[in-house]
Design a protein around this ligand. Structure first.
Ligand code: 3SL
Length: 232
């Protein structure tokens, strides 16, 4: 039987061997929700960067620069980190260089995995179908916040484990804990998350509508896949 595991923070990646696994990177609020939205709306590719200056340098190569630090759009960048920005028709066919506080760091920490894909509630069923069609064990990598565990990524991990649980062995207590948390939260995730640190952080920046959107399942059928360092 295939195994599913959950890494609750990128700082715990040293505990996992990923060379034979499919990694699902998740940053529900908001990086992987933006990536899913962008690819679903026809953006050609997203090149993720851990470092801001590497991302900014891609402007010279004709890329749109996008992302945030501490939730705020970076000065000089074309786009921030709201999924609604990635629905603009004029972005169709464009290449984006993307860097975020946690999401693109989690991708960088996952390099070396057999397969790296992007998960969000927006494409959760597509992710389940993708994983079921593969023979690989699964590691869900939660981006968290600067090394700390967060609730929204753990909830998504739990939702994905819950979908996969019939056909996969749970590798340790992290997938079990995530699944149990999700089962408590699933009927009203917006309410369940209202006291969470990142929801409060975003509220201080007056960001509200992104949260509800990012918690909405199955808006898109795409699964962004990292191929040679580029999400397509
Ligand atoms: O940390 C990240 O990658 C971001 O998604 C955080 S924020 O929602 O843009 O603040």
């Amino acid at each position: 039987m295939k195994k599913v595991d959950v890494c609750l923070s990128p700082d715990l990646m040293h505990l996992y061997e990923v060379q034979n696994s499919a990694v699902v990177v998740v940053d529900i609020l908001r990086a992987t929700s933006c990536m899913t939205t962008a690819i679903a709306h026809g953006i050609e590719s997203i090149t993720p960067f851990a470092k801001l200056e590497d991302c900014l340098a891609m402007k010279a190569n004709g890329f749109y620069t996008a992302g945030e630090r501490d939730g705020k759009k970076v000065e000089g960048f074309d786009l921030g980190n709201s999924p609604f920005e990635y629905m603009q028709p004029n972005l169709k066919g464009k290449k984006i260089a993307f860097t975020t506080t946690n999401g693109t760091q989690a991708i960088a920490r996952s390099l070396g995995a057999k397969d790296i894909i992007i998960g969000s509630f927006l494409n959760i069923t597509a992710v389940v179908n993708y994983l079921r069609a593969s023979a690989d064990d699964v590691l869900i990598v939660c981006a968290g916040w600067k090394g700390r565990v967060n609730l929204e990524d753990t909830l998504f991990a739990g939702a994905l484990v819950n979908y996969l649980a019939d056909d996969y062995t749970l590798a340790c207590d992290a997938p079990l804990a995530a699944q149990r948390l999700y089962l408590q939260a699933k009927d009203n995730m917006v309410d369940f998350l209202k006291d969470s640190s990142h929801v409060r952080r975003l509220a201080k920046l007056n960001i509200h509508k992104d949260i509800e959107f990012c918690l909405t399942p199955d808006q898109y059928e795409v699964v962004p896949v990292l191929k040679e360092g580029v999400l397509i």
